[in-house]
Ligand binder design. Structure first.
Ligand code: BGC
Length: 438
C-alpha cells in the first residue's frame, strides 16, 4: 500500500465527464497579473539512482514496502534540459524541483563540488529560458548517513541541515527564487492520523533492516516516521526549518523562504466540529505557527476529509475517484488555501495539487474546476501567488505503485521519451491566458 492511499480522505463529486472544452480566447486576466504558473517535481522521484539517499536504501532492503524501487526514475539527472523545455513549451513561468542533499553531501561533512555545479547548471538553464526556479532543499530524502544517525531526531540535525543549506546558497544563491526548506514537513503528523497500526509495524521492520545494513542502531526517515519518534522528529524538523531559513537568508538575502505543508480540506458535518478542529491542530498547528516567520507558505492539497462525531466519513457513492478509489474533490484546494490564510496571513503558493490516475480526463477536469474555485478564493482576498501542478512528469511515486500516475507528461521507462498528455495542453492553455475564460 502506498503513502497516498493512506493519506486520502473521504467524500464526493459527480461522475467523470469527457475532457473539458476550453475556449481560451484571451480577455481580461482571471488571475492577478504576475500570477505564477508552474509544475513541480522532486529529485528522488525524477533523477534516478539517488543511491546515497535514505529512501534508496529503504526501497531496496528486504522485506520491502515499496512495490518497485525508484531505479532510473525518469533519468532526469541527465535529461533535465528536456524537462525544462517541457515547462517552457507549456507557457509555465516557474519550475519547482528539489536539490538532493544526498548527492551534495554523500558522506557527512564531505561536499561534492560537481553535484553543486550540476544544480547550478539547472538553475542557469531555468534562467536562460525565462523560468523562475523554486527549489526545495529537502523533499523527503536525506543522506543515508543522516538517517542512520537518527534522522531529524539527532541532536545536531538542525545544524547539519543549515550547514548544507548554506553550502547550496553559497554556490548558487544568486540564481534562486523562492526557496522551500522542507517539503510537506507535517506529513508524519498526517500519517499518524490516517494510517493503521499494521502499516507502522511494516515500516518498523523495514527500517530495522535498513539500520542493520547501515551498522546503526536506528534508521529514521523524514516521512515514514514511527509513532514513538513522531514528536522528536517534528521538533527536529521545526528547528531545521528555522536554522535553514536563517542560513538561507544570510547567504542569499534576496531569497524568499518558506516551508510546504500537506493540507487536506478538513470539513465537519454537524456534530463533527470538535473532531475536525482537533485533527487540524494535530496535523497543521505547529507548522502554521512556524510559517508566520516565513516569507510564504506552500500549500499542497490532494484531498478533503469529512468528519463526523465518530470519525471520518466515507466518500459518497458515485464520487469520481483516483487510482486507489479515493474521492477527487475539486473545491478542496480553494478551501485549503482559505484555511491556511486564516491561520498564517502570509503569501501562499500552491506548491502541489494533482491526482494519481491513469485516466487523464479526470486530471483535465480537476485542473479546470479546481482553478475556478481557486480564482474564487483569490477574489475573496486570499493572497495566492502561484499554482504548481504535481507533477510535470509521470515520476516515481513513493511506494512504487505503477498505477499511481500524477504526470502531465508520460515517460517511457526504457527510452525515457517524454510524451505530453491532454492535461498538459489544458494547463498550457490556461497559463497562456492567465486563466481568462476558465
Ligand atoms: C509529495 C510528492 C508526492 C505527491 C503525490 C506529495 O505528498 O510531496 O512527493 O509524489 O504528494 O503523492
Amino acid at each position: 500500500m502506498n503513502r497516498r492511499e493512506f493519506l486520502g480522505t473521504g467524500a464526493l463529486v459527480g461522475g467523470v465527464a469527457a475532457a473539458p472544452q476550453l475556449a481560451l480566447a484571451s480577455q481580461s486576466p482571471a488571475f492577478p497579473q504576475g500570477f505564477v504558473w508552474g509544475a513541480a517535481t522532486s529529485g528522488h522521484q525524477t533523477e534516478g539512482n539517488n543511491i546515497a539517499s535514505d529512501q534508496w536504501l529503504f526501497e531496496t532492503v528486504e522485506p520491502r514496502m515499496a512495490k518497485t524501487p525508484s531505479g532510473d526514475a525518469c533519468n532526469s539527472f541527465a535529461l533535465w534540459p528536456l524537462d525544462l523545455a517541457l515547462v517552457e513549451a507549456a507557457n509555465l513561468s516557474s519550475y519547482r524541483f528539489s536539490i538532493e542533499w544526498p548527492r551534495i553531501e554523500p558522506v557527512k561533512g564531505e561536499f561534492s563540488t560537481a553535484m553543486l555545479d550540476h544544480y547550478r547548471a539547472m538553475l542557469e538553464g531555468c534562467r536562460a529560458r525565462g523560468i523562475e526556479p523554486m527549489v526545495t532543499l529537502c523533499h523527503f530524502t536525506t543522506p543515508r548517513w543522516f538517517a542512520a544517525g537518527g534522522g531529524w531526531k539527532q541532536g545536531d540535525a538542525a545544524q547539519l541541515f543549515a550547514r548544507y543549506a548554506a553550502r547550496v546558497m553559497e554556490h548558487m544563491g544568486d540564481l534562486v527564487g523562492p526557496v522551500v526548506t522542507i517539503n510537506e514537513a507535517n506529513v508524519c503528523n498526517l500519517l499518524g492520523i490516517g494510517m493503521p497500526e499494521g502499516f507502522f509495524r511494516a515500516v518498523g521492520t523495514t527500517l530495522a533492516e535498513a539500520a542493520r545494513q547501515s551498522g546503526s542502531e536506528e534508521f529514521v526517515l523524514s516521512n515514514l516516521v514511527l509513532p514513538e519518534d513522531r514528536e522528536a522528529v517534528t521538533r527536529g524538523l521545526l528547528a531545521g526549518h528555522a536554522e535553514g531559513r536563517a542560513a538561507i537568508r544570510k547567504m542569499a538575502p534576496h531569497a524568499r523562504v518558506g516551508v510546504t505543508i500537506a493540507v487536506n480540506d478538513e470539513q465537519a458535518v454537524p456534530g463533527g466540529e470538535t473532531m475536525r478542529d482537533t485533527i487540524r491542530e494535530r496535523a497543521y498547528g505547529d507548522w502554521l505557527r512556524a510559517a508566520r516567520e516565513d516569507d510564504f507558505i506552500g500549500v499542497q492539497n490532494y484531498h478533503r476529509a469529512v468528519w463526523g462525531p465518530d470519525g471520518k466519513r466515507h466518500a459518497p457513492e458515485g464520487a469520481t475517484v483516483n487510482f486507489s478509489g479515493e474521492e477527487v474533490y475539486a473545491p478542496s484546494l480553494a478551501n485549503a488555501v482559505r484555511y491556511v490564510h486564516g491561520a498564517v496571513g502570509k503569501p501562499i503558493y500552491v506548491t502541489e495539487h494533482g491526482v494519481g490516475t491513469r485516466d487523464d480526463t479526470i486530471r483535465q477536469r480537476l485542473i479546470v474546476e479546481a482553478l475556478r474555485h481557486l480564482r474564487g478564493a483569490i477574489a475573496e482576498g486570499v493572497p495566492v501567488r502561484g499554482y504548481y501542478h504535481w507533477s510535470l512528469l509521470d515520476n516515481y511515486e513513493w511506494g512504487g505503485e505503477p498505477e499511481n500516475r500524477f504526470g502531465l507528461v508520460t515517460v517511457n521507462p526504457v527510452t525515457f521519451e517524454r510524451t505530453p498528455k491532454p492535461s498538459y495542453a489544458t494547463l498550457a492553455a490556461i497559463a497562456r491566458t492567465n486563466g481568462a475564460e476558465l
